[in-house]
Write a protein that binds this ligand. Structure first.
Ligand code: MN
Length: 135
């Protein structure tokens, strides 16, 4: 048993991977046989990930606020607390806050054999982000 106390500073989401201000709190770190990586990700209004994929897919579970997500070629979807989204392995997608709302989600995935959790691509442009019919 290992207890990690609530004493770790939130990390800032790196600008290569995010647009806008995002804070990340680690929930689970892969160790030994466990491949589970989980974090609580806090997006400020309009903040979002870049386009990316996950080698073994990813589940996000919205805990607060209102968010948006999109898979490549699909519509922008509005997501709310209690909603969960599974992104398929290798599926290009992004997720983030709505334009005028904060959003927090739990993000859960299994890393691959090399410990990788994601492959990152280009940023989601303002044009792509605002292509949503606002809800
Ligand atoms: Mn993702």
């Amino acid at each position: 048993m290992q207890i990690t106390r609530n004493s770790i500073d939130s990390a800032t989401g790196p600008s290569e991977w995010f647009t806008g201000v995002v804070h990340v709190d680690t929930v689970a770190t892969p160790a030994a046989a466990s491949r589970l990586s989980a974090s609580s990700v806090h997006f400020t209004p309009s903040a979002r990930t870049a386009w990316h994929t996950h080698p073994n897919g990813q589940t996000i579970y919205v805990t607060e606020g209102i968010g948006r997500c999109q898979r490549r070629g699909g519509p922008i979807e509005v997501i709310r607390p209690g909603d969960r989204v599974f992104f398929e392995p290798g599926e290009h997608h992004w997720h983030g806050a709505a334009p005028n709302r904060f959003m927090t989600h739990l993000a859960m995935l299994d890393v691959d054999d090399d410990g990788n959790n994601a492959t990152w691509g280009e940023h989601v442009t303002d044009e792509e982000y605002h292509a949503a019919r606002a809800t």
